[in-house]
Design a protein around this ligand. Structure first.
Ligand SMILES: NC(=O)c1ccc[n+]([C@@H]2O[C@H](COP(=O)([O-])OP(=O)(O)OC[C@H]3O[C@@H](n4cnc5c(N)ncnc54)[C@H](O)[C@@H]3O)[C@@H](O)[C@H]2O)c1
Length: 272
């Protein structure tokens, strides 16, 4: 361990179970010397095991629905009371599509479901930052990260309306990041992670196909949840102070590869 977050305070959204990227990030943040508050939707408190993580990392859990401004205001106020001051880092690790859950196809969306999924997966990032900004809750050189997926840039059919939500999320990072940078010297970025086996990941139809294909295309192979946590820690540390308004690919190089020899071999055999 490197003490990269020694003395830093933060809020981590989205740790549901030990597979969650946010769970791994909380464990790594604790190891690197940070103190933080954990939060998740009230419903997730019943489904997951966040209390185990809280005990392990000496942190407090404050439930908050990330679509509710009232919940977010309460969270940010209480987190500062508990941690004893302003925040240095915030992780938004939240995603959910009702259309995916209800198996609606992209060409036949239920728009009430779309609005709900967009609010949870994308607009919530604006709401979180708006509360942090208006309460002046971030320290100078603080860092805010949200997690995203490459379907925001390229077509992955079964990612459904989450692709549109991620495109919106990435745009919010740039737009709000401008104001956070100018007014508070706080950086805002998104990390675009490889497909990963988690509760949210498993909701995507054909995840295994996605996962194996990406792994064979990426020169370094897929990035794991723990590796994503490590990258996020580096983005919370003082070693990345001038990185902002970026969508940062953390995918073993997948996003820049047109063809790999492994995938080529599969198709060459088929045409023999
Ligand atoms: N798993 C993948 O393949 C993958 C790839 C790239 C990006 N991501 C992104 O990583 C992030 C974390 O997902 P994960 O894969 O760790 O899965 P996960 O299911 O462990 O985490 C998703 C979290 O969102 C929370 N959430 C849902 N609705 C909420 C609400 N209204 N308020 C507050 N929290 C709410 C859930 O309770 C859960 O903890 C998501 O943004 C996801 O889209 C995942």
């Amino acid at each position: 361990m490197y003490n990269l977050l020694k003395g830093k305070k933060g809020i981590i959204f989205g740790a549901l179970d030990p597979q969650s990227i946010a769970w791994k990030t909380a464990e790594r943040a604790h190891e690197e010397g940070a103190t933080f508050v954990l939060t998740n939707a009230p419903a997730a408190m019943r489904m997951g095991s966040i209390d185990v993580l809280a005990k392990k990392t000496n942190s407090t859990v404050i439930p908050a629905d990330a679509t509710s401004i009232e919940d977010l205001q309460n969270l940010v106020e209480k987190a500062q009371d508990i941690l004893g001051g302003k925040l240095d880092f915030v992780l938004h690790s939240i995603g959910m599509s009702v259309n995916v859950r209800k198996k609606k196809s992209y060409t036949d969306l239920n728009y009430d479901f779309s609005v709900k999924g967009w609010d949870v997966s994308a607009l919530s990032f604006h709401k979180v930052m708006s509360v942090l900004y208006n309460k002046k809750a971030m320290n100078e050189w603080g860092s805010i990260i949200a997690l995203t997926y490459m379907a925001a840039q390229r077509v992955f059919p079964d990612y459904n309306d989450m692709a549109d939500n991620k495109a919106y999320l990435e745009s919010i990072a740039r737009s709000f990041g401008y104001y956070f940078g100018k007014d508070f010297k706080v950086r805002v970025n998104t990390i675009s992670q490889s497909p990963t086996v988690t509760t949210a990941g498993k909701g995507v139809k054909g995840l295994n196909g996605f996962l194996n294909y990406a792994d064979k295309m990426a020169p370094l192979g897929n990035a794991s949840a723990l590796e994503c946590a490590d990258y996020t820690i580096s983005m919370f540390s003082d070693l990345t102070k001038k990185v902002t308004l970026q969508n940062l690919f953390h995918d073993g190089g997948f996003s820049n590869v047109g063809m790999s020899t492994e995938v080529m071999d599969i198709f060459s055999k088929e045409s023999e």
